[in-house]
Design a protein around this ligand. Structure first.
Ligand code: ZN
Length: 153
């Protein structure tokens, strides 16, 4: 099996078996983002546990890439501190802007490395980034991150 096929399988697995999908009972911040060019929708919520670890809730509809990306986001940032989650988010955004030449660090991005090939297709990059943009927005709305930290992605 080629690496590309393996990565495709990882994305399809997250699409078919989304991790942690569902909404939070008491969200601090909620952001609903749409990708009109593909018809993807993601509603993403954040809250903080007593130890400061992030709690993530999400729902969405759309293509396999957008929905798998939300599942990967949950897997990567649920329970993390905000600063850790921000490092992961930035690494993912950087990967999506690598035009397919990125060398993603699996220790940081986990199954997120499977999206390296997606970065070769400009039309699909927005699909992959949609939940991550909603995540950042939800953090800002929830007062977990200052808007000045936004890098506009
Ligand atoms: Zn899409």
């Amino acid at each position: 099996m080629s690496l590309e096929a393996l990565y495709q399988d990882i994305i399809i697995d997250h699409y078919k078996n989304p991790r942690g999908r569902g909404l939070l009972e008491f969200p601090l911040g909620t952001a609903f983002h749409v990708n009109p060019t593909c018809g993807d929708e993601v509603n993403l919520q954040v809250a903080a546990a007593a130890d400061g670890g992030l709690l993530i809730g999400y729902e969405g509809t759309g293509c396999s890439i957008s929905q798998a990306s939300a599942s990967v986001l949950y897997e990567l940032v649920q329970g993390r501190q905000v600063t850790e989650a921000e490092n992961i988010r930035r690494a993912f955004v950087e990967l999506m802007h690598s035009q397919g030449h990125g060398e993603p660090d699996e220790a940081v991005l986990g199954d997120g490395i499977a999206f390296v090939g997606v970065a070769k297709y400009p039309a699909r990059i927005k699909c992959a980034l949609l939940p991550w943009m909603a995540f950042q927005d939800a953090e800002i709305k929830g007062g977990l991150m200052l808007e000045t930290n936004s890098d506009g992605e």
